[in-house]
Write a protein that binds this ligand. Structure first.
Ligand code: WTA
Length: 669
């Protein structure tokens, strides 16, 4: 499969026009957190010890003995012997210098509903919630599953878990009950944290219902569910019955109002959290992140790449329920002691200027969003931006390739042609940025993520794992050749899967020499002649829908739940706004006619199993799926059909007429 991809990507590469460079403004360079180009050599020549600079950005209870223990690859250990607490470093250590500075400025669905949470407030709340978690029996190393939307309760709960050494596993609020149940089971959580509801485009959504259903679907017996309330009291549309395991957080807080909980000193290698993400096979996997290495890496990249300073107002408009929010709304920015903006609802509520209105009101300096959002703003038009007076110094894009047109629009209309932009490539697994420019040191080039971060060694390899010559402009598989502190520790509870998914393909898995182990990113990329990396997208069965990662297999197994469906395959179709959207190709059981009802059942199944954000764009009923002689579904051909591309080689198919028939059907021939 990847063979075909790479050939195509090479073709694509030749179609890409050479982009011009944009210099970072002199004003920016003069004030940047890193302006010494020597940082790259320092990290290369002094690897891995140079990463100590990152760990020294915050306080440790005990200093580490060794920076990297690579004696048992790929189970690397970072800052071994060191001890620290992440909540202490994100909160307590700022109390002397900036107790009254806002850590978060939260805005609800209504413009006039605002909450400023100072570092002192955050300290008080996190202590009280940490005490409450203990009251319901949470102990060190218990995994607490959270299913919270963009309310202050979310970062508060995460930091409270961190304070008592209980890894959190936050499940994005848009995930369905089934998805939540699967994650509760995999993490083995006895305690779940959710809320009564939140607002979407001004309407109240009952969120507790999802948890009710998840408790029924889950195999585990959840003992307690902590329920935050969106308002001062439980919303009238939400009910709790006597036999529910729900406890109102407010009731616990009433008792723990002034509680103080000493931050638990965690080993650098103790897990800080799990973040489930989609892979190529089976159920989503729990990426397990360590405390010391992760916190060091996200703090340093927030400082050097995002250029965050304590006096800044920073706004990452992602959802904390994904890795971007964990690393670059919660841990990195708070460790640096800055002020972050948080917003509950959608960018078009109550009008399409909402984001810029907030940017003006809070005088935001640094803005961070996804290419999908940029494409949406671009589609809405510059007139929604022009009325507002805001001035960003720095802007970020994350999560998907950004087309040069969208980049240029962002640069001109949002950045006013005087903000720097960093295009940051990384993954849930990598913890933090791996490929992106240090903004004062390198020129920007639309569509290219840029250079490797200090100490990071990416390479492009062919399908045999042989490295292509550097910076020759050829496309291939993106790999990372040396471990880094932010990398995942393992797949929760499944070391074998960790090796299989990320290492086996390009490593000598029998070797205990770290040099023989290479991390496979799953993306295709080009190492351009100027040393910049251009990311082409996933080479495996993972798609990127509006910046959300979805496994083809997950979608297919959701569709397979529909009784009328005999067999189904999912292909990614390129979409001008969302990047990619899923198309479902379904073969119905004998005797079942295609109908709107079956179509709706398929869409509903995906929404139920995963969430509304994964909803198929199209369902195509077909007589057969393209298969190889050994019976493997050739999704690539379906992808070509969905995108109206050339079909490509069909000679290995059992029946080459199948894809042609589907194509004719889709084209309406
Ligand atoms: C894609 C998000 C192009 C890529 C932080 C990766 C990108 C996947 C970029 C990870 C970028 C992320 N340019 N593609 N700057 N950043 N990707 O785990 O395919 O949700 O493998 O992490 O998003 O998605 P994830």
């Amino acid at each position: 499969m990847s063979d075909e991809n790479i050939t195509e990507d090479v073709a694509l590469e030749s179609r890409l026009t050479e982009q011009e460079y944009f210099r970072p403004p002199t004003d920016f360079v003069g004030q940047a957190n890193v302006s010494d180009p020597g940082i790259y050599d320092r990290f290369d020549e002094n690897y891995p010890e140079a990463f100590e600079e990152y760990a020294e950005l915050f306080d440790w209870d005990e200093h580490w003995d060794e920076v990297l223990d690579d004696s048992n690859p790929p189970f690397y250990e970072w800052f071994t012997g060191g001890k620290l607490n992440a909540s202490y470093n994100c909160i307590d250590r700022h109390l002397d210098e900036r107790p009254n500075q806002a850590a978060f400025i939260w805005e609800g669905t209504d413009t006039d509903e605002r909450e400023t949470i100072t570092y002192r407030d955050l300290y008080n709340r996190v202590n009280a919630v940490a005490a409450s978690l203990r009251d319901v029996g949470v102990q060190e190393d218990d995994v607490v599953t959270c299913h919270l939307p963009m309310l202050p309760a979310l970062p508060v709960t995460m930091l409270s878990c961190a304070r008592i050494g209980a890894p959190h596993s936050e499940v994005f609020a848009g995930f369905s009950a089934q998805a939540l149940a699967d994650r509760i089971d995999d993490a083995g959580s006895d305690v779940v944290v959710t809320c009564d509801g939140y607002y979407r485009r001004g309407d109240f959504l009952n969120h507790k219902e999802k948890c009710d259903e998840a408790l029924e679907l889950a195999d585990s017996d959840v003992e307690t569910v902590l329920l935050w309330t969106r308002h001062d009291e439980l919303h009238p549309e939400v009910e709790i019955s006597d036999d529910d395991p729900y406890v109102l957080v407010d009731d616990l807080l009433a008792e723990n109002d002034r509680a103080r909980v000493d931050p638990v000193s965690r080993d650098a290698e103790d897990p800080l959290f799990l973040m489930y993400t989609s892979g190529t096979t089976g159920k989503p996997k729990g990426c397990q992140h360590r405390t010391g290495g992760y916190l060091s890496y996200v703090t340093a990249t927030a400082k050097y790449v995002l250029d965050i300073k304590p006096e800044d107002t920073y706004w990452c408009a992602a959802d904390i329920g994904w890795i971007t929010g964990h690393s670059y709304i919660v841990y990195g920015p708070l460790a640096l002691g800055t002020t972050s903006v948080m917003y509950e609802d959608t960018p078009d509520h109550p009008h399409k200027g909402r984001i810029w209105d907030m940017a003006e009101r809070y005088d935001v300096d640094i803005f961070h969003t996804s290419p999908t959002a940029v494409r949406m703003f671009m589609k809405w038009g510059a007139e929604y931006v022009e009325d507002y007076d805001f001035d960003f110094r720095h802007m970020t894009t994350v999560g998907e390739p950004i087309q040069p047109e969208a980049w240029l629009w962002y640069y001109k209309y949002i950045g006013g042609e005087d903000a720097v932009i960093v295009d940051t490539w990384w993954q849930t697994e990598t913890g933090g940025h791996l490929i992106t420019n240090l903004p004062a040191l390198e020129d920007m080039k639309p569509g290219s993520a840029g250079k490797a971060c200090p100490g990071i060694q990416p390479a492009i390899v062919d399908d045999n794992g042989d490295a292509l010559e550097e910076a020759t402009g050829r496309a291939g598989n993106l790999v990372i050749q040396r471990p880094w502190p932010g990398m995942l520790q393992t797949v929760y509870g499944d070391d074998e899967r960790f090796i299989d998914e990320y290492w086996r393909e390009f490593s000598d898995v029998d070797s205990d020499d770290a040099e023989d182990w290479v991390y496979k990113a799953g993306d295709g990329a080009v190492h351009e002649r100027d040393g910049y990396f251009r990311i082409l997208g996933r080479l495996d069965d993972v798609m990127n829908v509006a910046g959300h990662r979805l496994g083809t297999m997950e979608l297919e197994s959701a569709v397979a739940e529909v009784e009328a469906v005999a067999e189904a395959a999912v292909a990614a179709r390129e979409d001008a706004e969302k990047g990619e959207v899923p198309d479902v190709y379904a073969v119905l059981r004998e005797g079942i006619e295609e109908s709107q009802a079956v179509y709706d059942d398929i869409v509903a199944a995906v929404e139920d199993e995963i969430g509304k954000f994964a909803r198929p764009a199209n369902v195509v009923f077909v007589d057969d799926l393209p298969k190889t002689r050994s019976g493997k579904i050739m999704r690539r051909l379906l992808e070509n059909i969905s995108n109206d591309d050339e079909l490509g080689d069909t000679t290995t198919l059992r029946d080459p007429s199948v894809p042609e028939d589907i194509r004719d059907q889709v084209r309406g021939d």
